[in-house]
Design a protein around this ligand. Structure first.
Ligand SMILES: [Zn+2]
Length: 433
């Protein structure tokens, strides 16, 4: 009996050590020089372009940023010259799926039903590296799509320095109303594993708490889906259910993110208190006005529809633009006109990880200025994700998540693809040759 007590005590100590490690989180990332001075041609600090600025990193923090003449450079500091380059806050991707890979390589159904979770995790390790190398130092990953709680371990692996990757906010399995999601089309006698967890009514309370308890930073909900009698998108959760989800999540500090592309699905999400709406393809002026009034951000995922249209055979610049993209351009303009906060998020996973810049290019092609697209992917996303005290700007005291690109992306947004330098948490993971 006493031996059992000892074993229990040892197990508890191990658990305590493990949770202390989890709490320390990013502390596991190694390799930062003590003090490094970065000398780019210009700085985009998350708000504006600053000519002639230098940035000083000490360990994991930005110690100083400003005009070179105004700063005292610590003696013994290492210098990284970034000639002709723009130094920016690490980019933030607000809608990713690291456990998916492009649908022209394997359909979503096949990924969910045929691929072992271990295979999907192996791919995700590569996806995380590609994302970080592309200058995206933070992602909000919006559902494992059938891969259970695999995002929890991936996040721990990054935080413990086991694999390279961006800072992760995760949502685990995500929640769908019974019978509304996918894979679909099988004999009704069979129970087919779904790409998210089904729950309805009061059971939503337990599922929200369970996903949060197992590691979800945000609660992801499908507010509508192709559940209509002809497979058309229709609202799934009632306003009462959506409100129950938001109240339950909010009381334990988890914001709610809602997939919605119908006006009614978006309206219920906004009224219930969701913080971001994903896609919004069918949004109207009225529902965007409601979102703006309630401070609900839109993650437009322009790149997802653009990629799927190409998988259907369309080539950009050739022939008429597909109807779904014509509609997407129009509704994106309505959102901008209504003053909705735009959170840069691409649904990457539908297309290749490491190619997140597509979304920023499309935001500009569809009507935003380059600097607004950059603000969206930095300071705005940091605010939307409740991380503004840590990341999203280049300012004294913030975490040293930094990326440099050749050229000036406020003049040509595609410069964000020319990544030459990446630091995450003060650790330089990529530098100019
Ligand atoms: Zn998605």
């Amino acid at each position: 009996m006493s031996a059992r007590v000892v074993v229990t005590a040892v197990a508890l100590a191990a658990l305590a050590a493990a949770s202390a490690q989890a709490l320390r989180g990013d502390a596991g990332v190694q390799g930062a020089a003590a003090v490094t001075v970065l000398r780019p041609a210009r700085v985009f600090d998350g708000e504006a372009i600053r000519e002639g600025w230098v940035v000083v990193m000490r360990d994991s923090r930005i110690e100083a940023a400003g005009a070179a003449a105004s700063l005292v450079i610590p003696s013994g500091a290492a210098t990284v010259d970034l000639p002709g380059m723009t130094l920016m806050p690490g980019l933030i991707e607000a809608h990713s799926h690291v456990l998916l890979h492009p649908y022209n390589e394997a359909s979503w159904n096949d990924q969910v039903l045929l691929q072992p979770e271990s295979l999907r995790v192996a791919r995700a390790v590569n996806h995380l590296k590609a994302t970080l190398d592309a200058g995206f130092t933070t992602i909000r990953d919006l559902g494992t799509e059938g891969a259970g709680y695999a995002d929890v371990g991936l996040k721990q692996a990054v935080n413990q320095g086991i694999i390279p990757g961006p800072r992760m906010l995760i949502t685990t399995r995500a929640i769908v109303a019974t019978g509304t999601y996918a894979p679909k089309g099988f004999s009704p006698e069979w129970t087919i594993p779904q790409g998210a967890e089904e729950a309805d009514g009061d059971a939503l309370i337990r599922v929200v708490r369970e996903q949060a308890g197992r590691g979800a930073d945000w609660i992801k909900v499908y507010g509508d889906y192709r559940a209509g009698p002809r497979g058309e998108a229709m609202p799934t959760f009632s306003l009462e259910e959506m409100t129950l989800i938001v109240q339950t999540a909010r009381s334990i500090g988890r914001p709610v993110v809602v997939h919605a592309s119908t006006p009614e699905g978006m309206r219920r999400a906004a009224l219930a208190g969701a913080e971001t709406v994903e896609h919004g393809d069918g949004g109207t002026a009225e529902v965007f006005k409601l979102m703006a009034e309630r401070g609900v951000a839109l993650c437009p995922t322009l790149a997802a529809g653009h990629a799927i249209s190409q998988y259907g055979g369309w080539r950009p610049g050739e022939g008429a633009e597909p109807a779904r993209l014509v509609q997407k351009r129009a509704t994106f303009k309505l959102a901008l006109a209504a003053g909705v906060t735009i959170a840069a998020g691409s649904d990457v996973g539908v297309f290749a990880h490491g190619d997140e810049a597509r979304e920023l290019e499309l935001m500009v092609a569809y009507g935003m200025t380059p600097i607004d697209a950059l603000r969206s992917a930095t300071s705005v996303n940091a605010r939307v994700l409740h991380l503004e005290a840590q990341i999203g700007r280049i300012a004294r005291g913030l975490t040293a998540d930094l990326v440099a690109v050749a050229g000036d992306p406020t003049k040509d947004i595609s410069a964000v693809r020319q990544v030459t330098f990446v630091a995450r948490n003060g650790a330089i993971v990529r530098r100019p040759r």
